[in-house]
Write a protein of this length. Structure first.
Length: 691
């Protein structure tokens, strides 16, 4: 991460940035005048321009037309609006695909995609790479001195994998570099299984359709390769943009894509940006959004990130596209800021008149200024000025949860005892337990520095390297509290079993081993209870489903045992004291309430306090600078909620002075941001230079 560029950005655009994707090329010029008038009215300060403009900017190979872009860049700038200028590589124009069909991506079945959509490029195509770089260079050279240029937006939501011959060649080259020799490749991929041993590099290919089941180690490496190959597109454009415009930060918008390992990607960007579309029709979407926001903050090492896209109302791509009820768009926007975003941006500014997304909401709907959405958008843009000082503030957490792309690929990429396993859902359940406990949470991998944390939650980390298991052991021995769920520590980075009894990479840490994995039939529910003598968890009752480990405790003790079934009397949850810390192992899928109770028990043991006491359904976070603490209270409930403040300060949104002990009443969907003096220091202080 490069602070000088972001410092420049903040000097240009101090405060919480408001805006969205703007596609002026879809409208005649008269509309542009109205656009900028309304943008000003709504407090829009930054627009993402040109994301899908390639065919308009370059109508034929090497023939550029920047006239409209010149005009709109100037118009925006004279109205005080900055530009997050996109390199338009996400949608290669028809001429490029027609003149050079090799630029089109090929699916796993070998079918080459046609034009007519977006994201249809082969990341390995030299022509695609060349033409993408060329137009990025043209844009950078042309606008490098433009005062409105504030940021670069490379491509859009990278998610194009490709199985063409060129990708096949690059995959082989990537493997040669990774493994050096064919013997090593054979060893790492376990090719003695099913007679897959390679005797020449020419026999090695990316995964193509096979007769039956696949080689999971090859699949895992292909996921790694795809992520790296796509990332190379970003770093190449980043380097050329940095060379031409050294002060302008560069980003690309993440969206939680399975193909791109954002832990690796984030290290290459000046700022992390994220597109978030929580589904109002789904029960846990607020917690999922909170998780994603914490992930984004953690990807940038705790530095603020940018909410680059969200919907002002309904989207149009799902089966049923529910609207955001009055006030919920505002609340969701504050939620992002509460979790570290310094921007509230939308897809898109004005609703499209045509195309696949014409029924997707926008800041300015088809119905114009009279619509509820516009009124809410305008009000929010103006209101956010009241919390501008929050921008650049940091969040410190004593709790971390693990989310790891490598594990996602591995655990869903091979045949194992529970082939319905859903990693995203599993992590979301564990995160929810923390979310309801109102504690601040970072989202990490086991390769990150674990020393700032008192509690580490590791949901089903099937893939665990030796280095990672050493790091986990050190974390516990140094006094950390570990919560780890079943089917963790099973394989290494090559998807090879850690020998010596499950969970091979964790056995000594959890002080128990698994005799046998024992998945349960879909409808089965097994009662679990704390043994009578275990006072700390007395009253603990849970329902186990999906999976049971047949656990043999070694140096651990049971915290809860099965009450029925073939494992009745055996441990379902264990606790192991190791060094100065403790490892709690969960050998089954506990129901949500029980998981929450268990997590709360561990938080209590570790002495981790909620950010602030609040009723269920009121989300609480804190951001800090050296001089101020900002407490966010977000009422997600359908009714009023009250919070008795533990501090005095100022509610920035109302401007009202509030006192410690005072009961703050929050209407349904309302929010308060209370500024006070920071009482204690953060577990990890913000880096110097930021305030
Ligand atoms: C995003 C994408 C936008 C738009 C939006 C609709 O994933 O970047 O271009 O399609 O979804 O929700």
């Amino acid at each position: 991460m490069s602070d000088p560029r972001m410092n420049t950005f903040h000097r240009r655009l101090p405060g919480v940035v408001y805006g969205g994707d703007y596609n002026p090329e879809q409208w005649p010029r008269e509309v542009w005048q109205e656009d900028v008038r309304l943008m000003r009215a709504a407090g829009v300060r930054l627009v993402s321009l040109g994301v899908f403009s390639w065919s308009v900017l370059e109508p034929a190979d090497g023939r550029f037309d920047f006239s409209w872009l010149d005009e709109i860049m100037d118009l925006l700038w004279t109205n005080g609006i900055h530009v997050n200028l996109a390199t338009p590589n996400a949608a290669p124009p028809p001429w490029l695909a027609t003149d050079f069909p090799e630029i089109l991506s090929v699916d796993r079945q070998g079918v080459r995609h046609a034009i007519g959509s977006r994201g249809h490029f082969c990341p390995s195509s030299p022509v695609y790479r060349d033409r993408s770089r060329r137009i990025a260079t043209e844009l950078a050279e042309r606008y490098r001195k433009h005062p409105g240029l504030a940021m670069w937006h490379i491509g859009n939501e990278y998610h194009s994998d490709c199985f063409c011959d060129r990708c096949d060649d690059r995959f082989r080259a990537w493997l040669r570099q990774r493994y050096g020799t064919l013997d090593e490749l054979n060893r790492r991929w376990g090719t003695t299984f099913w007679s897959q041993r390679y005797s020449d590099w020419s026999q090695v290919h990316l995964p193509q359709p096979v007769r039956g089941w696949v080689n999971p180690s090859r699949e895992l490496d292909f996921s790694r390769f795809t992520s790296d190959n796509l990332l190379e597109l970003v770093t190449q454009e980043r380097d050329l943009l940095h060379a031409i415009t050294p002060d302008v930060p560069v980003t690309t918008n993440f969206f939680g894509c399975r193909l791109t390992d954002s832990h690796r990607w984030a290290k290459e960007l000046d700022v992390v940006a994220f597109d978030c579309y929580p589904d109002p029709g789904k029960p846990h979407s607020l917690a999922v959004a909170a998780f994603q926001y914490d992930l984004m903050r953690s990807l940038g090492n705790g530095r603020p990130w940018m909410l680059m896209e969200q919907a002002a109302g309904a989207v149009s791509q799902w089966k049923t596209n529910q609207v955001k009820q009055p006030g919920r768009m505002r609340l969701g926007s504050y939620q992002a800021v509460a979790h570290g975003s310094d921007a509230v941006m939308f897809f898109q500014w004005r609703a499209s008149p045509q195309g696949q997304e014409k029924f997707h909401s926008a800041m300015l709907p088809h119905g114009g200024e009279k619509t509820r959405t516009w009124q809410e958008v305008k009000a929010l843009g103006n209101e956010l000025r009241a919390i501008d000082e929050v921008a650049t503030a940091h969040t410190g957490a004593q709790v971390a949860i693990v989310w790891d792309w490598q594990n996602w690929w591995a655990v869903e990429g091979c045949a194992h005892p529970d082939n319905a396993f859903d990693y995203r859902d599993t992590v979301a359940r564990h995160y929810r337990a923390l979310w309801h406990s109102q504690v601040a949470v970072d989202v990490v991998t086991l390769d990150d520095d674990l020393s700032p944390y008192r509690v580490l939650v590791v949901p089903n980390q099937y893939l665990m390297t030796r280095r990672q298991s050493t790091a986990v052991r050190k974390f516990v021995e140094d006094g950390g509290h570990l919560v780890v769920s079943y089917f963790s520590g099973i394989v290494d980075e090559d998807d090879r079993i850690h020998e010596g009894g499950y969970p091979g990479a964790l056995r000594e840490i959890v002080g128990a081993h698994v005799q046998e994995f024992s998945p349960l039939p879909a409808e089965a529910a097994v009662p679990v209870q704390a043994p009578a003598e275990k006072a700390a968890l007395s009253g603990f009752f849970a329902t186990a489903s999906v999976w049971q480990d047949d656990l043999e405790t070694e140096t651990a003790r049971p915290l809860a045992v099965y009450r029925k079934g073939h494992l009745a009397g055996k441990a379902a949850v264990t606790e192991h004291e190791l060094g100065r810390g403790r490892a709690v192992y969960i050998g089954t899928r506990l129901d949500d309430d029980a998981l929450e109770a268990l997590v709360q028990h561990v938080l209590d043991l570790a002495g981790v306090r909620p950010v602030h006491a609040a009723p269920r359904g009121v989300e609480v976070t804190e951001r800090r600078t050296r001089t101020s603490a900002y407490l966010f209270l977000l009422n997600h409930r359908q009714d009023k909620a009250t919070v008795t403040l533990d501090r005095s300060g100022t509610d920035l949104i109302t401007g009202r002075r509030v006192e410690a002990g005072e009961t703050l009443v929050l209407d349904a969907a309302d929010v308060a941001v209370v500024r006070s003096s920071p009482a204690t220091s953060l577990p990890s202080e913000p880096p110097s230079g930021d305030s």
